[in-house]
Design a protein around this ligand. Structure first.
Ligand code: GLN
Length: 401
């Protein structure tokens, strides 16, 4: 077997056949945005802060001297707040001592779960397009990925392909719901199918729910709550998106005690524990009132309207997302007009030519699926309405020119 970094490089495309190495699509596009002073609708991070009480709790905790290690499991007040959050929004009953672990952002929880529960030779099922961490962490664990297509333009999962992807080698399936990069929210039927197959093949379900509070239709309903799911599901979330604190790196894993103890064993040797004063503050953020959670959803729904209306009747055909702060657009007409064959070429030119940065959907795919989404880009609409309005007018000016 090759060195771990080579496996990661091969699984993500970050390592060229000639040995050349590059950074992730997010860092690459953010650097281009900076170099050209472009509005960054590529890498998804909010341009407003989370609740004031949470920010104040962080500075207060630092000033008070809460600056030494938290435990591996995490600050008890935060674990209590996480269990309370899962009960408040989803009716789930979790023991904060044995079923909740704090980690350094959702990223650490996802990586630790794959590292702890998957071994070389195992298969990990991903829906594609996928967030790039999943194939990277699966490759680190020595697993092989099997992908199930989300079919454009709705990006609903192909349920026959899902069934065909499962086998005796399947160790784990990643369910990112609401889904980055497409904004799709899994239907009840699809989630039930996933649980049924995971039970039949004794696979773990790893649910990445970081966009759980950003749904624009029915309230979010986690896969963990379905019959038969709880004993085999690790759900991962974070304050990053909900509380607009992507840089704090505070996330959590919840799940059955027998899996959680295995995860803690591995996670303790990753970061040991996430930033102690920020864990205290995150507990305050999670306990925010309904006005905060409803206000968040309304703000993002409004930002989505600004994007959709700004690009209405244009060659940038937004496919309205049911969740997340991402929207995919079919840009086939823009490509034809500008003489490009792929959205990848368009996205390379855009920061300089239009003053806006986007991400091509092909950044989240395997070779086999790539051709299906060569004409799509991802917009991150986690920016103030006036920023989005400027961005859409720049984009229209570019494609009119
Ligand atoms: N999750 C964010 C996105 O999809 C940021 C990812 C990153 O920088 N690793 O844009």
């Amino acid at each position: 077997m090759s060195k771990p970094y080579e496996r990661v490089g091969a699984a993500t495309g970050l390592l060229g056949a000639d040995g050349s190495q590059r950074s992730t699509i997010f860092e690459e596009m953010s650097a281009l945005a900076q170099a050209h002073g472009a509005i960054n609708l590529g890498q998804g991070f909010p341009d407003t802060d989370g609740p004031q009480a949470m920010l104040e709790a962080a500075t207060e905790a630092i000033a008070r001297g809460a600056n030494q290690y938290a435990t591996i499991a995490g600050n008890p007040a935060l674990r209590g707040a996480i269990a309370e959050h899962q009960h408040r929004f989803y009716g789930l009953e979790l023991d904060p001592d044995t079923q909740v672990t704090v980690c350094a952002g959702a990223s650490e929880g996802l990586s630790a779960t794959l590292a702890a529960l998957v071994q070389p030779g195992d298969e990990v099922i991903l829906f594609e397009p996928y967030y790039d961490l999943y194939p990277a962490a699966a490759a680190l664990a020595g697993a092989t990925i099997r992908t199930v297509p989300l079919v454009p333009p709705t990006f609903e999962p192909d349920l026959e392909a899902l069934q065909a992807a499962f086998s005796a080698r399947t160790a784990l399936i990643v369910v990112n719901d609401p889904h980055n990069p497409t904004g799709m929210v899994f239907s009840q039927e699809a989630k039930e199918k996933i649980v049924e197959l995971a039970q039949r093949f004794n696979a773990v379900i790893l649910a990445d729910e970081v966009y759980e509070h950003l749904t624009y239709g029915a309230p979010y309903s986690p896969i963990q709550a379905l019959p038969g799911a709880a004993e085999r599901t690790i759900a991962v979330s974070a304050i990053s998106k909900t509380h607009s604190a992507t840089g704090w790196r505070i996330g959590w894993m919840t799940g059955p005690a027998h899996l959680m103890s295995a995860l803690r064993m591995v996670k303790g040797y990753f970061t040991h524990s996430a930033a102690a004063p920020l864990q205290e503050a995150a507990a305050v953020g999670l306990a925010s009132g309904d006005d905060f959670y409803l206000g968040l959803k309304e703000r993002y729904a409004h930002q989505l309207r600004v994007l959709v209306e700004g690009l209405a009747d244009s060659p940038w055909q937004i496919i309205e997302p049911a969740g997340t702060f991402f929207a995919v657009a079919d840009v086939a007409r823009v490509l034809a007009q500008k003489g490009f064959t792929t959205a990848q070429e368009l996205c390379q030119e855009l920061p300089q030519a239009s003053g806006v940065t986007l991400i091509p959907l092909t950044a989240f795919t395997t070779e086999g699926y790539r051709s299906q989404v060569e004409g799509y880009v991802r917009f991150a609409f986690c920016k103030k309405p006036e920023v989005l309005a400027t961005a859409t007018s720049r984009i229209l000016a570019y494609s009119a020119g």
